[in-house]
Write a protein that binds this ligand. Structure first.
Ligand code: 13P
Length: 254
């Protein structure tokens, strides 16, 4: 049984005070959700403060990106995975489509960042997903397969225990257009098959695959009812503690 992961990607929102307020409001609302993993990803500048304030709770902290290097060095503007650990992170999101589209992230940098994150002891949430044009051209699975093969290349079976995959179709992010549960299931099954081919079926059976793209309190249950959907990476609806807690506390029987 794969433990569900519900992660909130706060993107470039919230000053430190607001981030703390949201985290503190969230804490009691999700305190009983122990059969799922809860992760929030504030901006770099809020990581230390927020992680201090949720310390001892069941909320884990992710960064939204990291450097490809772990060693100290002349890399102006970069933040290493070791530094993220130092700031209280247990997870890091890597290869989000916004970084791929607007900040020059490539499959090769995703692979390097993933390896750097693992070497620092972080869990890497590796994002994949096709654009609308790629889906309309019938290439969605090919694109995602190739992102996975490159992004996870060279990772061992042990490494894969600290990898979470997030499938986020670019056309569903921030658009209010969620993939249908069937579209999500089909792609998640394809992701699992790709991982079975590259790392074996034992790894594939265990790896958590999250869906991202306009996840809301009112669509989480139907998404989570798909056999290969193991959680969600939530953008907009994670910014508000009440709506994020409703997603975290989704009830399969409702
Ligand atoms: P939305 O939930 O706002 O569509 O964002 C999804 C996302 O990009 C999470 O990483």
């Amino acid at each position: 049984m794969r433990k569900p992961v519900i992660a909130g990607n706060w993107k470039m929102f919230k000053l430190i005070a607001d981030a703390v307020e949201t985290a503190l409001e969230l804490k009691p609302k999700v305190a009983n959700a122990n059969d799922r993993e809860i992760v929030i990803a504030p901006v770099f500048t809020a990581l230390r403060t927020v992680s201090d304030r949720v310390d001892g709770s069941n909320i884990r902290i992710a960064a939204q990106d990291c450097a490809v290097q772990n060693e100290f060095g002349a890399h102006t503007g970069e933040v290493s995975p070791d530094m993220l650990r130092d700031a209280g992170c247990t997870h890091v999101i890597i290869g989000h489509s916004e970084r791929r589209q607007f900040y020059g992230e490539t499959d090769s940098s995703v692979n390097k960042k993933t390896k750097a994150a693992l070497s620092a002891g972080l869990v890497a949430i590796v994002c994949v997903g096709e654009s609308l044009a790629e889906r309309e051209a019938g290439n969605a699975e090919t694109v995602v397969k190739s992102q996975l093969e490159s992004g996870l290349s060279g990772l061992t079976v042990a490494d894969m225990e600290r990898i979470i995959i997030a499938y986020e179709p670019v056309w569903a992010i921030g658009t209010g257009k969620t993939a249908t549960p069937e579209q999500a299931q089909d792609m998640h099954a394809a992701v699992r098959k790709t991982i079975a081919e590259s790392h074996g079926s034992g790894v594939a059976d265990k790896v958590r695959i999250l869906y991202g793209g306009s996840v809301k309190p009112d669509n989480i249950v139907v998404l989570m009812s798909q056999p290969d959907v193991d959680g969600a990476l939530v953008g907009g609806a994670s910014l508000d503690a009440e709506s994020f807690s409703r997603i975290v506390n989704f009830d399969r029987t409702s």
